[in-house]
Ligand binder design. Structure first.
Ligand code: FE
Ligand code: CA
Length: 548
């Protein structure tokens, strides 16, 4: 399906004709930049795309255009936020960019009207083997972001892509498709990352991550922080964000970081949110400061929309305060990765959400973290899975780290003990093998075995958990002292509360190898780094070993 011989990038006249036709078609369809609707990628992606590979440039009729020739030139360099890709399927991947000449201004410096963007995807880095190209319309209602659902790609294959708006060309992004659903891939290599408070530190970790040989990045939450100016490394662009324009500018500030943008251009990402994409420690419709629910839901809707606009997600844009982001990423029969949302559907934190000794009855609190619909979906989807590895990627720490109730963090699974045990009972009763849980949130690195009974540290091991430390967010208080306490827990195999970094996971049909990478400092734009710990899981043997 090569279209390189009629590649419109190099033909001004054809470009114009195609552009006008595309605008007319998009207006008729009422189209704006949504990808497919499927979050559960068990089948083909669905939904319309602004960027169908419909192809030719000169044969498309140009009648019906009522708006005249559009202004083709953006008011300034539009690709300040770089490019990204995500949510790969065997035959498609989502390509992302946003036109944003003035990242911190309302509207991003773009005129308040749709603006055409050309995209192309190639089988080679030099763009001599173009396999898809078209023009899509970026819409002001979505901050001139684009989510192109490129279809018809080959499974398990790398591609390169770029965009063009007027005379401006974007950086080149590298992306890939997943293996066919019935394939038996030998390997998946991905990194987990979380918690990148821009004001707390620099993103030197991403410079190291970009040198890793990765198929995917999984971002586990706290992509932005909503708070005010902050520090100490650099400052946010204003006070705490609450409106759509403010959330957009906050994402634009973060994505303007060259190391973060660079990592998005290296491979596809899977992104889930935690609390700071909206409001610290919010729970469902309950804000940190107990704002009136209707007010907070308006804020949540703005935050969710801005998240969508800046992430390469295979979703239609949200239309209100509800936005279902949970889903499963398959990698042939090697791994199924369930990406959860433990924020939107949770009951309020128990015990006034004050970490410390549990209040009366804390161990019997039966609040939900996933909500009924997500929990049912997870269990059904896991039951139907035949993958070698079963991976639950979520925001918050699953392991029991409450020191027998002496210090409970009510924002994580420790604070929802009945819901946690219900999930453990399910996992145990089903007899799943090769279970791995991924978490972030705490700004500590850790790994531990998960027992069948959360309150019994001698119960049989049924899973392993990796907690990814923050990219840049500050250490928890008293990190030195907490290091000693947590390292003494029976189930914990690795713990480092002092360092920032990420984890790489090399998954094969016989072994899982996790390497916890840390940087020396986030006080400087870049930093030396090293592998702090290596942990392994052997297929068929529950739990971690650290001897290689
Ligand atoms: Fe965080
Ligand atoms: Ca968090």
């Amino acid at each position: 399906m090569s279209t390189s011989e009629r590649n419109p990038w190099h033909s001004r006249r054809k470009f114009l004709q195609h552009l006008v036709a595309s605008i007319a078609a998009a207006r008729v369809a009422g189209g704006c930049g949504g990808g497919g609707a499927a979050t559960d990628s068990e089948g083909d992606s669905t939904g319309d795309s602004t960027g169908d590979n419909s192809g030719t440039t000169s044969e498309v009729p140009t009648t019906g255009v009522t708006t005249g020739e559009p202004d083709l030139e953006p008011p300034g360099e539009p690709f300040t936020l770089g490019v990204a890709s995500g949510d790969p399927l065997p035959d498609s991947v989502i390509l992302w960019t946003r036109l944003c000449p003035q990242p911190l201004e309302d509207g991003g410096g773009m005129p308040d009207e749709p603006f055409p963007v050309m995209w192309e995807i190639s089988a080679d880095e030099a763009f001599t083997q173009i396999v898809g190209t078209d023009t899509a319309l970026s819409e002001p209602a979505l901050a001139h972001s684009l989510h192109i659902d490129v279809k018809g790609l080959q499974p398990d294959t790398w591609y390169w892509f770029r965009f063009r708006a007027g005379s401006f060309q974007s950086p080149v992004g590298r992306t890939r498709t997943s293996p066919a659903f019935d394939a038996q891939p030998e390997r998946l290599r991905f990194a987990t990352a979380s918690c990148q408070n821009y004001s707390n530190g620099y993103y030197g970790a991403y410079e190291h991550m970009a040198k890793e040989d990765l198929d995917l990045v999984i971002f586990l939450g706290d992509y932005i922080y909503e708070g005010g100016l902050g520090g100490p490394a650099r400052t946010h662009n204003g006070p705490e964000v609450e409106t759509l324009d403010q959330y957009r500018a906050r994402y634009a500030l973060y994505r303007s970081d060259p190391l973060l943008a660079g990592m998005h251009a290296r491979c596809p990402w899977l992104t889930i949110w935690d609390d700071h994409e909206v409001d610290n420690n919010y729970a469902g419709a309950v804000s940190q400061d107990d704002d009136p629910e209707s007010e907070f839901l308006q804020r949540r809707a703005a935050a969710y929309q801005a998240f969508y606009e800046h992430m390469p997600m295979r979703l239609d844009p949200p239309t209100g305060p509800e936005f279902q982001i949970y889903g499963v990423q398959r990698w042939g029969d090697l791994a199924d990765i369930w990406l959860l949302d433990t924020r939107q559907y949770r009951d309020n934190q128990n015990c006034e959400d004050v970490p410390g000794p549990g209040c009366a009855g804390w161990a019997e609190y039966d609040g939900t973290l996933l909500g009924e619909a997500q929990e049912d979906w997870l269990m059904q989807s896991m039951r139907a899975s035949a993958s070698v590895w079963k991976v639950i990627a979520n925001q918050i720490v699953f392991s029991t780290v409450n020191f027998n109730g002496a210090f409970v963090n009510f924002d994580q699974w420790d604070g929802y003990p009945v819901a946690r045990q219900r999930l453990l009972d399910f996992l145990n009763d089903e007899g799943f093998e090769n279970l791995v849980i991924l978490a972030g949130d705490l700004h500590v690195g850790g790994a531990g075995d998960i027992g069948a009974v959360a309150s019994d540290e001698d119960s049989p091991v049924i899973a392993a958990e990796f907690v990814t430390t923050s990219i840049s967010s500050s250490s928890i208080d008293d990190a030195e002292a907490i290091n000693g306490l947590v390292q003494g827990l029976k189930r914990i195999r690795y713990f480092n509360a002092l360092s920032r970094g990420y984890i790489t996971h090399e998954v094969t049909r016989t072994q899982w190898a996790a390497r916890c990478f840390i940087v020396d400092s986030v006080a400087t734009p870049t930093s030396p780094g090293r592998v702090d710990a290596e942990l392994f899981i052997d297929v068929g043997v529950p739990g971690l070993r650290s001897d290689g």
